[in-house]
Design a protein around this ligand. Sequence first.
Ligand code: FPP
Length: 220
Amino acid sequence: MHVAIIMDGNGRWATKQGKSRVEGHRVGSEVVRELTIFASKESRVKTLTLYAFSTENWKRPKHEVEFLMRLLGNYLDKELDTYLENGVKFRAVGDISKFSSKLQNSIQNLEEKTQHLTSLTQNLALNYGGKDDIVRSVKRVLKSGDEVSEESIEKNLDVSYPIDIFIRTGGDSRVSNFLLWQISYAELFFTNTLFPDFTKEEFLNILNRFETIHRRFGGL
Ligand code: FPP
């Protein structure tokens, strides 16, 4: 199954503890590592797509954007062994051309070194927007001369396979321009847990709840 997560609530988690917002992102990155390892061992999960930076996140204060960029770069450089040891293939999805060349190099390096791995594919959404994904896909279709159809648009999306489980932490019930096309038939799970408090036990609980749902895909 393909699971997507909006990792919301880092800032509030930190503020509640009297810490600076960015401390929430740092702890959030540790939760990303834990969930990735867990998902690589959970045979039902084949793909995990995580929202790390949206096309709208550039609007945040400069120091928070800079911190997130540094955190991402360090994470990608430092966690290579975690990906290799757990068989996780890394892919960045989104328009990464807006990032520094150093960060783009870290992304490409991790993609190359993990491209053969098969226990789990982890898509990290970076400068990603669901509307932007669809626009860029349609542009690719037109450029290729193919007919515009559901199949050709889907094939050219950054994430070209449907989501089964969509999770948002942090208490809001919004999709926030995440994988708009790909969640057409996803089951949506909203939890009040702030992302730094989100555990593999809660993740497992959602996977188990998902299995009890009868999905009809518009049929009976
Ligand atoms: C939303 O919380 C979270 C983000 C905008 C960034 C998500 C980033 C991480 C979880 C860590 C970085 C990931 C990696 C892989 C290194 P928020 O800041 O909107 O929280 P709030 O709603 O409480 O303000």
